[in-house]
Design a protein around this ligand. Structure first.
Ligand SMILES: Nc1ncnc2c1ncn2[C@@H]1O[C@H](COP(=O)(O)OP(=O)(O)OP(=O)(O)O)[C@@H](O)[C@H]1O
Ligand SMILES: [Mg+2]
Length: 367
């Protein structure tokens, strides 16, 4: 899978940008604050991943009201024209080969990306929400049914949280509580089922990468932590559904008393151990960064196994945070597939076999 061309209008600090990319390694370099990260953000957006903006309006260039992103993408032996139009105060318009798309997730069925930002090196150290987001981004790109269940789950979760919060002033709101719990158990069962299967795939893939990365010195292991009544998270959703309902029932009073949702996969975590101990608690900075990279690169392998094509790898400023041995490892691990690497000085990537290099300056391309 690859991005052949990208066209931007009034996206972030780009007034107008046009480029054709190389099918292998593309180096994006330039000084700070010139637009390197913005460029990767645009590519991630067209794969259905909103990388750092909370709202689309942040993506529209200051003092303008409309942004346009277009890419030609090759994948599955076909060509796709992807387009996104973001307009102040209006719904985003997305299309693939001129056909309207209803949701961001549908972009992910055409273009897959794996984005690695400097903060992703802290994937293991941060709270569980960061790891859930990682899982969600990966699985949404692979499984449309997961994306739908997750959206539904989040919607019900927000609503139930509001009910619990407002129930002191308005106790009658609690009449609807069980209906929301029921819906959350239904959608939640699908969410857990898919997360469990994806984590199993990570377990099969990430340890070997980590072993290589650590020079055979460390053993990585992964596990899925979910609702305590779930006996086998890989079980079919109808089995999980009953187990989720029983957990909710036993926490019903506590939820009302604490006025928060205590039961459900919104509290899930991906547990990461190095040499049998929780990496989050015991491992060094270098070890947890290495583990984070291993897990993300494993996700890329899983996409390849699933689809027969590597997702586009977007590496934003990652190398500067790593020592030279780890840098060399990353660069050797990314064979196959298209890669975009940003850095400030082109010389940093002296050892990389470059397909093409792009010098970004002030939201434009320096020729
Ligand atoms: N909506 C927007 N409109 C115009 N400019 C924006 C918008 N959003 C961000 N910018 C600007 O884009 C500039 C470039 O940001 P970007 O993060 O891409 O830089 P960078 O080249 O990755 O820099 P660094 O090397 O520091 O990571 C920033 O100075 C920021 O102020
Ligand atoms: Mg940047």
């Amino acid at each position: 899978m690859r991005i052949d061309t990208l066209h931007l209008e009034d996206f972030r600090n780009y007034r107008l940008f046009d480029a054709a990319f190389h099918p292998s390694v593309n180096v994006i370099y330039g000084e700070n604050a010139q637009g390197k990260t913005n460029l990767l953000e645009a590519m991630a957006y067209l794969s259905g991943v909103s990388a750092r903006a909370r709202y689309d309006r942040e993506l529209i260039r200051f003092d303008t009201s409309r942004a346009r992103l277009k890419a030609t993408v090759s994948g599955r032996g076909r060509q796709f024209d992807l387009e996104a139009i973001l307009q102040q105060g209006q719904r985003r318009q997305l299309s693939s080969n001129g056909v309207k798309l209803k949701a961001m997730a549908e972009l992910g069925q055409v273009l897959n990306t794996v984005l690695f930002r400097p903060e992703d090196l802290y994937l293991i150290r941060e709270g569980a929400a960061t790891r859930r987001r990682f899982l969600d981004e990966c699985i949404c790109q692979l499984r449309p049914r997961y994306a739908a269940a997750l959206t539904e789950y989040k919607r019900l979760h927000e609503h139930k949280t509001r009910i619990l919060r407002d129930s002191i002033e308005k106790p009658s709101l609690l009449d609807t509580l069980d209906a929301f719990s029921y819906g959350m158990a239904r959608a939640g069962a699908v969410v857990i089922h898919y997360r469990a299967h994806f984590i199993r795939r990570l377990e099969e893939t990430a340890p070997a990468i980590h072993q290589d990365f650590s020079g055979d010195r460390e053993t990585l292991s992964l596990d899925y932590e979910t609702v305590s009544t779930v006996t086998d998270p890989k079980a079919p959703p109808r089995v999980l559904f009953d187990q989720l309902l029983s957990h909710q029932a036993s926490h019903r009073q506590a939820e009302i008393a604490s006025r928060t949702c205590l039961s459900g996969p919104h509290k899930d975590d991906l547990l990461v151990d190095i040499d049998g101990r929780a990496a989050k608690t015991y491992s060094s900075q270098g070890q947890t960064r290495t583990a984070a990279l291993s897990v993300k690169l494993a996700a890329r392998e899983i996409f390849f196994q699933e689809t027969g094509e590597y997702p586009v790898l977007l590496l934003d400023d990652v190398l500067s945070e790593l020592d030279s041995r780890r840098q060399a490892f990353v660069l050797n691990r990314i064979r196959g597939g298209q890669v975009f690497i940003t850095c400030c000085e082109e010389e940093k990537l002296a050892g990389v076999e470059k397909g093409a290099a792009f010098h970004i300056h002030g939201g434009g391309l320096l020729q």
